[in-house]
Design a protein around this ligand. Structure first.
Ligand code: ADP
Ligand code: MG
Length: 632
């Protein structure tokens, strides 16, 4: 073994850099934080080649006194703390005094700074760990730090740098966090000479959310506020329908610092309990202020994790504030549909019976039958084959047939076009149909009552229609005069590129347009009812949550599925009689509408004998003769 030795400073700094400077985005974070700590009101961030070649921040902060500039670049040098007690009450973003020294040990650094009372600026440069003597130069009050050729001196790290787009994604994330935490700071970002962000100061977090996440999200967010001795909580939370496939749109700022806290993340999830479909993640921008001595920020090199003394109190506070808002007035909680039902799709699993939903439907029917409207509904001449689909098994009220998927054969059966519905089977009794709760269609059949979930049925019909049409080529699309824009994340935009062909087959044409924005130029005519951005978002959430690359067929089916779901009439949509009629007639198309693509049943049947049992009309006569008139 070699003798024990004290390592040279350059090497010590490189080791420290290993912890805090992982990629260009880490440098960006440290430099932006230093500018904020120096009370800058305006920061310009310039990048070249995703920061691999150049990262430069210029701020209008306090500047560094000339005599201290060489020290700023030395290891363990900070103006932010002086004693161990100071560690107990950190109010600045930095305090470890490591960032500049670490950066200067792995890149070429030039720093120019001037305080308000200095006549001129002072410049120092460090190259290959060697500092040149400071020299006077001209420059405004504030500080400019220039970092060139990152990891030039640590080739091992340089090799791990990813493509520019990926590194820019990480940088954007850091910029997003800082821009959200300090909306009052003017922030400008350029990349390869092009302006990427120009964010004037604002009082509104919503305005900043809009820049990074799009106007749809910004407008839908709900404000929460809560003040307790443990801390002050303020934030914007997404209503349940905005939920995403990942936790990427969850931001927690503690005393102005972006942090991750498992406890508080858990509290947030709990607050949405029962309001989200399985696996969906809430959107939230939360700002928590606690007394600085109630939090230890010195537990993680990049300070992304902290230790909260009143963690349990804050947990309860966050949970209560968010929950109250979600269930409070002004919000119609969109309770997630029972998607726990297994999907009867390509996997061929049969959907299971949902007792709760069944009970709800039955109650709705019972309520209706007792209501005066039940008497005076107009008669609609609907074809009467629906009853044939639904014999009810003894002891079980719902009989759901999974759709038969035989790839290639089924969708093409109608020759690329959906069959026209067969009306009025000769001899069949006309059906009476009504809409209940703007959600269910109830029809009288020869043998009982048919209850249809209007959304599930319409979705199913559209899904089959899309799949059938795809057999004979791309769907017919409508081009927008003005593209519809959607704010998306860089990952989502990359996924659009990846699935461009499948999207094109569906008639969806989307293209990146500026940072985190996509323009949708064309959308299928068949799905005109659907909101293009919603369809795209649903699809991307699925694509990004996959563990393995999907097959082309899975992609198409998923697209057809989300598009059908978004284009279908919703629960709560009032329907005209003609629409009810058309929907029920289409139910018979291809006889395949027993379940929606989610696998939820689209229809329930109450047979006459069921009804008789329920109303106690069956005791006088055995089931076999139940068709005979009752003796009373
Ligand atoms: P820390 O931020 O943990 O103190 P750094 O290595 O990031 O450590 O910076 C060292 C010191 O350099 C800071 O404490 C601060 O005094 C000074 N400094 C760095 N950047 C700036 C800046 N943009 N404006 C003013 N002072 C700065
Ligand atoms: Mg710092």
């Amino acid at each position: 073994m070699s003798p024990i030795r004290i390592l040279p400073e350059q090497l010590v700094n490189q080791i420290a850099a290993g912890e805090v400077i992982e990629r260009p985005a880490s440098v960006v974070k440290e430099l932006l934080e230093n500018a904020i700590d120096a009370q800058a009101s305006r920061i310009l961030l310039e990048l070249q080649e995703a920061g691999k070649k150049l990262i430069r921040t210029s701020d209008d902060g306090t500047g560094i006194p000339a005599a201290e500039i060489p020290i700023a670049l030395a290891g363990h040098a900070t103006s932010k703390i002086a004693t161990a007690e100071d560690l107990e009450g950190i109010t600045s973003l930095g305090f470890r005094g490591e960032a500049l020294a670490s950066i200067a040990s792995v890149a070429d650094v030039r720093l120019v700074s001037r305080t308000a009372d200095a006549m001129e600026a002072v410049e120092v440069a460090v190259s290959a760990g060697q500092a040149e003597p400071p020299r006077p130069t001209s420059g405004p009050v504030g500080t400019t730090v220039e970092v060139r050729n990152l990891f030039r001196y640590v080739p091992a790290r340089r090799k791990f740098l990813k493509a520019d787009a990926t590194e820019m994604g990480h940088i954007t994330e850091q910029v997003t966090r800082l821009a959200l935490a300090y909306p009052n700071v003017h922030l400008a970002v350029t990349h390869n000479g092009r302006t990427v962000y120009e964010l004037p100061p604002t009082d509104s977090i919503r305005a900043r959310v809009e820049v990074f996440f799009g106007a749809d999200m910004a407008q839908a967010l709900l404000e929460i506020a809560s003040e307790e001795p443990a801390g002050k909580l303020w934030g914007l939370i997404g209503p349940p329908h905005l939920a995403r496939a990942t936790t990427q749109a969850q931001y927690l700022f503690l005393n102005g610092r972006y942090v991750r806290d498992r406890g508080l993340a858990h509290a947030l999830r709990e607050a949405y309990r029962g309001l989200l479909e399985g696996g969906r993640q809430p959107v939230a921008f939360l700002f928590l202020t606690v007394p600085p001595d109630r939090v230890d920020v010195n537990v993680h090199p990049t300070k992304i994790e902290v230790r909260l003394r009143d963690g349990h109190l804050l947990y309860g506070q966050l949970l209560a504030a968010v929950r109250a808002r979600l269930l409070g007035p002004g919000i119609t909680p969109r309770i997630a549909p029972p998607l726990e039902l297994p999907v009867a799709g390509p996997e061929g699993r049969p959907p299971s019976f949902d007792a709760e939903r069944d009970a709800r439907v039955r109650q709705a029917v019972a309520d209706f039958l007792r209501s005066p409207q039940a008497q005076d509904q107009p008669r609609l001449p609907l074809a009467g084959r629906a009853d044939k689909a639904r014999p009810s098994a003894p002891g079980e009220h719902v009989d759901v047939r999974p759709p038969v998927y035989s790839p290639g054969a089924k969708y093409g059966a109608a020759g690329g076009q959906p069959q026209s519905p067969t009306y009025a089977t000769p001899g069949a009794a006309p059906l009476r149909a009504v809409q209940l709760h703007n959600t269910y269609l109830v029809a009288e059949t020869a043998d009982g009552i048919l209850i249809v979930d209007q959304h599930a049925l319409h979705e199913r019909i559209l899904f089959e229609e899309i799949m059938a049409r795809l057999e004979s080529g791309p769907l017919e699309a409508q081009r927008f005069l003005l593209p519809v824009t959607a704010g998306l994340t860089d990952r989502e935009i990359a996924a659009i590129d990846e699935h461009r062909e499948a999207l094109g087959r569906l008639g969806i044409e989307a293209e990146a347009m500026g940072p985190r924005t996509v323009a949708i130029h064309a959308f299928p005519t068949l799905l005109a009812r659907a909101e293009p951005t919603a369809v795209l978002r649903d699809f991307l959430a699925w694509a990004l949550a996959l563990d393995a690359p999907p097959t082309a067929r899975q992609v198409l089916e998923k697209l057809a599925h989300v598009a059908a779901c978004r284009a279908a009439v919703k629960a709560g949509d009032p329907l005209k009689h003609e629409e009810i009629e058309a929907l029920l007639a289409r139910r018979e198309v291809g006889d395949l509408a027993a379940t929606c693509p989610h696998g939820r049943p689209t229809a329930l049947v109450l047979s006459k004998s069921d009804l008789e049992k329920q109303f106690g009309r069956d005791y006088a006569a055995p089931p076999k003769t139940s068709d005979e008139p009752l003796p009373y």
